[in-house]
Write a protein that binds this ligand. Structure first.
Ligand code: HEC
Length: 150
């Protein structure tokens, strides 16, 4: 019950950014990656941190704890795994799929698909054909996550 409520709260705080036209990516089902950058523009780790913590952006701290942010951010969730060492665990390509659409890997996951606008059920008009994060925000967050090594 607790996790369900968290998801609802999180879902209502997400802002709307990119439109469906921006979406084009290829999922590699063999090793669960998206190889190609969504934008071709290298991610910016500083912008990525802002999008990661931003409540109307990724709001990733709602479900994940990050040791490196304990001094600057009060609330860290524990629904998902601690991400303090995620830069050692995953490649950019693996992170890209997990942020774009984790449901490809685990259909039951509570983590939202941050860059998928098709096949969503129960979305309001405002969210129809929109993704939660823009393509560049996904790339920026990947760059930020790759800096997290503990
Ligand atoms: C509503 C809760 C929720 C939110 C919000 C959320 N996640 Fe997750 N995340 C999860 C859960 C649960 C898992 C574990 C999934 C599994 O093991 O199948 C996970 C797994 C992950 C993993 C893999 C970690 C590992 O050790 O295997 C990464 C990376 C990740 N999330 C990044 C993010 C980023 C970046 C954001 C923000 C853009 C985010 N998550 C937002 C719940 C969330």
């Amino acid at each position: 019950m607790k996790t369900l409520i968290t998801a609802l709260v999180v879902a209502t705080t997400f802002a709307v950014s990119a439109s469906a036209q921006d979406m084009a990516y290829v999922v590699n089902d063999d090793d669960y990656t998206i190889e190609k950058s969504l934008t071709g523009v290298p991610g910016d780790a500083g912008a990525g941190q802002a999008a990661f913590v931003g409540r109307k952006k990724g709001n990733c701290l709602a479900c994940h704890a990050v040791e490196q942010l304990k001094d600057s951010q009060l609330f860290h969730g524990e629904v998902g795994p601690d991400l303090s060492d995620v830069g050692n665990s995953y490649s950019a390509e693996e992170l890209r799929l997990r942020i774009v659409d984790y449901k490809v890997i685990n259909d039951d996951v509570i983590m939202p698909a941050f860059f998928r606008s098709t096949g969503l059920s129960n979305v309001g008009k405002k969210f129809k054909d929109k993704t939660i994060l823009s393509a560049q925000e996904v790339e920026d967050i990947i760059a930020y996550l790759l800096t997290l090594k503990s």
